[in-house]
Design a binder for this molecule. Structure first.
Ligand code: M6R
Length: 622
């Protein structure tokens, strides 16, 4: 949901460095991109002169570095956009400059009161050049930077940030000032420090020294340079500037509200940059599907004390809510079935964006279990705010280490799937499913049994995921690649998987796909079936097999083309997708061939499965 990346340091190729970093953040938005470089005033590289702006419409990955001319510069800020306000075109691409061209801003989020602020600024004579909400930010900053204003860029940014309503993360630079100032409220912002040298071993400090600093929406942008990071929290800002001797750089942290200094902790993260490459795979999505050979096993590698602690919290809670959005929301929905079956316990499931409707029921006995790959989904973070207000305990099942969900949860169960780059979630999904299944066993007091069952399923997945299996799915994809609609059914925990299968197919193949509870078809959706309409059915090996096959037969009788996902073939199936029979781990196994089917449909229909149209990996707006 928009990627921000900026650099201030001792290298003189800041523009190139920012473009390279933005390429790693492309998954956050790929409608357009742009960057500003502060070009030195003299040819020998002294002082900061004008802000040089470059913008393009389209995906940054489609523009080789040779497209650009990078002048000598040690300060640059860039942005890759997922459009919210204003069409996808050059004038709405970031960075945005103030009307006088002296302040540049890159922003992720939504300024909810932009119309009001725009009017105020227009009354003062400011002329706007775009349709974005963002453009008010550089203009607000510029409005403070009058010759009589002594506060400098930092104070101007602070005052501007205080006027903004909504969620934001932005970075600002100004002509003639060798500094970057950034502020955060709701959207992620991480400071990377190259050659971090603390004065002591204490990593909780208010002023940090380094040879260079990066400010980004996500870690991959600067992973090749450093693993030392500071996560900005809501209501905080950072100023980066040269040291008095001009031999290195400082970062200072402040509160937006009152400008007071805040102490921040420098954390060394252990992400591996190599994991973000495609290797021999044509796309990240395919690579990540195949990584499930090991990621499910890795998900099981939990600290048992933590799992038991969460199990105890669930047992003791008066109302446990599993929340997530999109795919993570479907993962949560399986919990309702898994906990009923394995632990004989009712749990509540609700999308992050709907959680506020439950506020009247929240007390300090309630438990919130948030499932999120990115840990930055705005709807989930909003739920956290409500939960904290009501004294609700929180658990995060989260993939991205150091993310907002991870930092704000009372207990974290790490998903351990490694970096997931493709917008369509695959390996994080099955790892989350494994953790929720394990948790249901822990609540039942049968953690070891759960571990064993899931480890067995993981090894069966290892056997299943091979090139021949993928080719089989490709063959099926060829047969259905031109259909207008397709439907998916499942019963019990396979029902949320039918919903998840639909999301996967929608987002990368762009075919109209819908999931239903198997028994629900006859109550309406059956009217949609005509000759040849594909129906993907998750047909259990044992329990409910007869029920689901009856529903399948009803579709077959109306000319539907049946694609059965099952451990055993059946005469009703036109196509059979074989999956092992793995008991309570069945949802994990069932979704994998549909991920492959969606992938092949995308490729056959000439869509880019890694960067589906209109979407972004991390949805940091409400
Ligand atoms: O990062 P999160 O797991 O919180 O993201 C939630 C959804 O935005 C995400 O699952 C989305 O639905 C995916 N594109 C699905 O593949």
């Amino acid at each position: 949901m928009c990627g921000i990346f900026s650099y201030l340091g001792n290298q003189s190729n800041a523009g190139k460095l920012v473009v390279e970093g933005l390429k790693k953040l492309e998954y956050r938005g790929y409608d357009s991109f742009g960057f500003v470089e502060a070009v030195p005033a003299t040819s020998s590289g002294q002082g900061n002169g004008k802000l040089k702006l470059t913008k393009k419409v389209g995906k940054i990955s489609e523009f080789p570095l040779s497209t650009f001319y990078f002048p000598i510069s040690n300060l640059a800020l860039g942005h890759t956009r997922w459009a919210t306000h204003g069409k996808v075109n050059l004038r709405n691409a970031h960075p945005h400059l103030s009307a006088d061209g002296k302040v540049a801003v890159v922003h992720n989020g939504i300024v909810e009161n932009h119309a009001e602020l725009r009017k105020e600024l227009q009354k003062k004579g400011v002329k706007f050049a775009s349709d974005t909400d963002t453009e008010v930010i550089p203009n607000l900053i510029a409005s403070y930077l009058t010759p009589r204003f002594t506060g400098g860029l930092r104070e101007a940014v602070r005052r501007a940030a205080k006027k903004l309503k909504g969620r934001f993360a932005f970075v600002a630079a100004a002509e003639g000032a060798e500094k970057l100032v950034a502020a955060r409220s709701g959207s992620p912002l991480i400071v990377g420090i190259e050659k971090f040298y603390p004065k002591s071993d204490d990593r909780l400090i208010s002023k940090i020294d380094g040879s260079a600093f990066f400010i980004a929406s996500d870690v991959p942008a600067f992973l090749k340079f450093t693993r030392d990071v500071v996560y900005l929290d809501d209501g905080e800002m950072v100023e980066i500037e040269p040291s008095p001797k001009n031999d290195h750089f400082h970062a200072h942290f402040f509160e937006i509200e009152n400008g007071k200094t805040v102490k921040k902790r420098v954390i060394s993260i252990d992400w591996k940059s190599g994991k973000a490459e495609k290797g021999d795979f044509a796309h990240f999505m395919l690579k990540e599907i195949f990584e499930q050979k090991e990621t499910i096993e890795r998900a099981l590698n939990q600290d048992e004390r933590q799992i038991e602690k969460v199990a105890e919290l669930i047992r003791k809670s008066f109302g446990a809510f599993f929340i997530g959005c999109g795919t993570a929301g479907k993962v949560c929905a399986t919990a309702e079935y898994l906990f009923a079956k394995i632990a004989r316990r009712h749990v509540n499931v609700i999308f992050g964006s709907e959680f506020d409707t439950q506020e009247p029921f929240l007390t300090n006995k309630t438990l919130l279990i948030a499932v999120s790959q990115s840990g930055e989904t705005a709807d989930v973070l909003e739920a956290f705010k409500i939960a904290k207000k009501r004294g609700v305990r929180t658990v995060g099942v989260v993939n991205v280490e150091g993310s907002s969900v991870a930092r704000h949860s009372d207990v974290v169960l790490p998903v351990n799937a490694g970096m997931e780059k493709a917008v369509a979630s695959t390996k994080a999904t099955t790892a989350q499913l494994a953790i929720l299944t394990l948790l249901a066993y822990a609540v039942a007091g049968k953690l070891d049994e759960g571990k064993q069952m899931l480890a067995e399923a993981a090894s069966q997945i290892n056997d299943l995921l091979n090139p021949r299996y993928s080719e089989h799915l490709e063959k099926i994809a060829r047969k259905i690649k031109n259909v207008e609609s397709l439907y998916i059914i499942g019963k019990a925990a396979d029902y949320p998987m039918a919903l998840e299968a639909a999301i996967k197919l929608q987002e990368v193949s762009y075919i109209h796909a819908e999931g239903f509870a198997a028994g629900e078809l006859k109550h309406g959706p059956l009217a949609l079936i005509t000759k040849g309409t594909p129906l993907i059915a998750f047909v259990p090996a044992e329990e409910y097999r007869a029920d689901v096959l009856s529903n399948v037969a009803e579709v077959k009788a109306r000319g539907g083309r049946i694609i059965g996902v099952s451990a055993e073939n059946d005469e009703l199936f036109d196509e059979w997708i074989r999956v092992p029979n793995v008991g309570n781990a069945q949802p994990i196994v069932n979704i994998i061939p549909i991920q492959l089917l969606a992938y092949h449909l995308a490729v056959l229909r000439k869509n880019n499965p890694d960067l589906p149209r209109n979407l972004a990996k991390s949805v940091t707006v409400k």
